[in-house]
Design a protein around this ligand. Sequence first.
Ligand SMILES: Nc1ncnc2c1ncn2[C@@H]1O[C@H](COP(=O)(O)OP(=O)(O)OP(=O)(O)O)[C@@H](O)[C@H]1O
Ligand SMILES: [Mg+2]
Length: 267
Amino acid sequence: MGVSKILERLSTGVKELDYLIGGGIPRGFVVALTGEPGTGKTILCIHFISQGIKEGDLCVYVTTEESRESIIAQAKQFNIDLENAVKKSKLVLVDALMGREDRWSLKSLDMEELVNVVIEAKKYLGYDRARLVIDSLSAFWLDKPAMARRYSYFLKKVLSKWGFTIMATSQYAITTSDAFGFGIEHIADGIIRFRRFVRNGVLRRYLLIEKMRQTAHSLVMHEITIIDGKGLVILGPTTQRREDVELPTEVIKRVKRAKESKEAELE
Ligand SMILES: Nc1ncnc2c1ncn2[C@@H]1O[C@H](COP(=O)(O)OP(=O)(O)OP(=O)(O)O)[C@@H](O)[C@H]1O
Ligand SMILES: [Mg+2]
């Protein structure tokens, strides 16, 4: 029997999710969160950082889609105080949206500038275990999707030396080629895919672990929800139900009726 090496795992901040991935994200991993808008990617990033602050990890959060203030306000709704963490130098919130001139703002969505600022932030915070969120990473190759793979490889190579465990979001755009979505996915050590469907007029959100290296992770899609004052909650596993794959009964009936009347006409 070989010697099994037990991996150090970092809690995502959502206990039920940790359970689905064998106890947490292995230290040093790059995990990609992919999926449609409004499915919970940013909220999971906030949980991950909040957990890091709780555990005394050094945290860097890069936001490209929302301002620094917006992330702080969103976290507040789940009773997470990011402002205080910034004040106490436990967190650096890098704003890549507003184009401000301060030390922790990116002037443009440039990969090299991103890496430099993250390293600077790490030096400023100190030399402990660290967590990094990049929300979103795909924003850095929006206008050059062919660069996606090279950029994410560069990022992983450089930042792995700095003690980070990384969560990076990646948006899919149906209108662009596969290159858009598949920049980070092969390089990532883990992929958590977020999905959404409307069932009976109600928006439902789901999450599926598509990849987590060195982990016997769950293969079942789980329904999730976002609760005010609490954040992301895993409701439970989904099983393949008929209504998930079939058209609504009323639609089926109408199709059948139309088909029958056509046949009647032909007789
Ligand atoms: N306080 C709250 N209470 C309940 N639900 C909330 C609360 N705040 C946000 N939400 C829900 O979370 C959704 C936003 O989730 P989130 O920002 O994580 O999406 P995302 O996957 O990051 O989307 P995008 O790709 O557009 O950035 C909102 O549309 C809303 O439905
Ligand atoms: Mg988001």
